[in-house]
Design a protein around this ligand. Structure first.
Ligand code: 0RQ
Length: 510
């Protein structure tokens, strides 16, 4: 542990997690490292939850995305979180948010850093602040490079740079389970807010533009805590037939794009979301003939290692390394090979709209539901209950060269249709969606009017069991509205959802 703290003048800041947690005051805002369950501080947050068990109080928690159990389970269990942003995937946290116990704000992940610097967020007193009270950051090492003290981050960069630069105090957790070979993967570059912003000089996914460490003003460091707990990442569901079909549908679609000259042979930089569907999609590419691919995305999951092993990938840019538990072992066993192909950037850069537009990503994200006109709900189950959050899907869907959305055509054993007459919540509008892919097929809605889109989506992506019901709605809506631009029968637009609530199925009983 001590050998990982290169600036010896910082050794007097070394303390245990309990001492660090005791510095945090009720109402403080904590800016925590971590993005999808990796790279998050473990010991300090566990000790904070223990302290809250004795003396209940609350803090605000800002993160990169979802974090680990010490934060998203333990702090939730002691009712220790007042406000939380910008993304989560934890069942306990989700339950607390949907029970009104925690105020949660769901943001485009690339926007968080700018909005912090601008002072969009308020503290418990209602005052606008421009940074957290504490940045709590997991480190692989603390270094002195070219006279600058720096935190070498671990498996997630997320919002750590802005938390450190804008935070009042910094707690660093040095995790000895994280390999020192991670040093060199990070590319830290912080942008200025308007009107001082200049172009971000990335023209290819593999361009390095910053430092390998997060610069930190050593006067702000109040604690350096040893940690020996590994990241606990999430397992992925095994790939089933439907997942394979979805991956094949994508590959066929992309091959056709190349054939007609709309995409280059090695495609454009790929972005893919997280979760089972995203993993299936990448799996399709692993088994395809595409070569010399590049990836400009946020989360690097197991499928990316397959692409490296198959020799199909030139470079992968992301903000976090969040493989499954088996994938993490594989990464550690081959770290020399994988680390050369991977760049980890702050989420303000990995998800940046300017860069995504310039390099022209192929955005591949997942929908909970989509409607017949091409709007997408990625975040709210039946329009009311938060699932995870928008994450980076909107950053890429709006700015990518090509915006694809994936989903299984049905959920919950066939009771729920992914295609509905009107989305019960909208994250991505008809203006941000180009191609829909389910295990049933592909709906390419580029250049189509809403009424043209409806037919293609119903016939190609919806499950056959729901097609008649959807077409019946569409045809009656057209008749009722005199073929208006986007026909709806407002009194029936949510009948799929109300039927689900009343009968347990979106399929109406005839
Ligand atoms: O629940 O396993 O309990 O049955 O949702 O669904 O099909 O396993 O798909 O793991 O890829 O997650 C949209 C949630 C999909 C995710 C979502 C139920 C379904 C299952 C999961 P069960 P699958 P995935 C990168 C970019 C938004 C953010 C984003 C997500 C569970 O991809 O959060 O893309 N995306 N960010 O049964 C009720 C429906 C349902 C439904 C599926 N219509 N109603 N439940 N499910 N459709 C990430 C970051 O930015 C960090």
């Amino acid at each position: 542990f001590l050998s990982r703290i290169e600036p010896k003048e910082l050794l007097d800041k070394v303390c245990d997690g309990k001492t660090a947690a005791a510095m945090i005051q009720p109402g403080d805002i904590l800016g925590i490292s971590g993005f999808t369950p990796c790279g998050y501080p473990k010991i300090t947050m566990h000790e904070l939850a223990e302290r809250m068990k004795q003396t209940p109080f609350q803090v605000d928690v800002w993160t990169g995305a979802s974090t680990g159990s010490q934060i998203d389970t333990e702090l939730v269990a002691v009712n220790g979180i007042r406000n939380r942003m910008p993304y989560q995937t934890n069942a306990n946290l989700r339950k607390a948010i949907n029970a009104g116990q925690i105020n949660y704000f769901d943001l485009h992940l690339s926007h968080v850093a700018q909005q912090i610097r601008e002072g969009f967020f308020t503290n418990v007193k209602g005052e606008h602040v421009t940074g957290p009270d504490f940045a709590v950051i997991e480190a692989c090492k603390i270094v002195n490079r070219d006279g600058e003290i720096g935190i070498v981050p671990t498996t997630a960069i997320g919002n750590s740079p802005v938390f450190v630069s804008q935070g009042k105090k910094v707690i660093i957790e040095v995790n000895t389970t994280q390999p020192v070979a991670l040093d060199g993967m990070a590319d830290i570059y912080e942008v200025a807010n308007p009107p001082h912003r200049v172009p971000i000089p990335i023209v290819k996914a593999g361009d390095r533009i910053g430092k390998t460490y997060i610069p930190v003003d050593s006067a702000k460091i109040v604690a350096i805590v040893p940690c020996d707990l590994p990241d606990v990442t999430r397992a992925l569901a095994p790939l089933d037939d439907d997942a394979e079909k979805m991956g094949n549908n994508l590959v066929d679609f992309l091959k056709n794009e190349v054939k007609h000259g709309r995409l280059p042979e090695n495609l454009l930089p790929l972005q893919s979301g997280v979760g089972n569907v995203a993993n299936a999609v990448i799996n399709g590419l692993v088994h395809s003939d595409f070569k010399n691919l590049s990836v400009y995305t946020e989360v690097i999951q197991d499928g990316m290692f397959d692409l490296i092993d198959e020799g199909k990938i030139d470079m992968i840019s992301g903000t976090s390394l969040s493989p499954s538990p088996d994938g993490l072992k594989r990464f550690h066993a081959n770290i020399e090979k994988y680390s050369k192909k991977i760049i980890l950037r702050p989420q303000e850069i990995s998800n940046n709209g300017e860069v995504a537009r310039r390099i022209g990503v192929v955005a591949m994200n997942t929908a909970l539901e989509m409607d017949i006109y091409g709007h997408v709900n990625s975040t709210h189950v039946t329009g009311t209950k938060l699932m995870n959050g928008i994450g980076g899907s909107g950053d890429f869907a709006r700015n990518g060269a090509l915006s694809c959305f994936f989903c299984h055509s049905v959920a919950k054993g066939g009771a729920i249709s992914a295609v509905v007459p009107m989305c019960s919540h909208v994250d991505h509008t008809e203006h941000d969606t180009h191609v829909f892919i389910s295990e049933q097929g592909v709906a390419d809605v580029r250049g189509l009017s809403p009424k043209e889109r409806a037919k293609v989506i119903i016939n190609n992506v919806a499950h056959p069991t729901f097609r008649d019901q959807l077409m019946d709605y569409f045809e009656r809506a057209c008749a009722l509205n005199g073929n208006s631009q986007t026909p709806h029968i407002l009194s029936e637009a949510f009948k799929f959802h109300t039927s689900l609530a009343e009968t347990g199925s979106m399929l109406f009983k005839k």
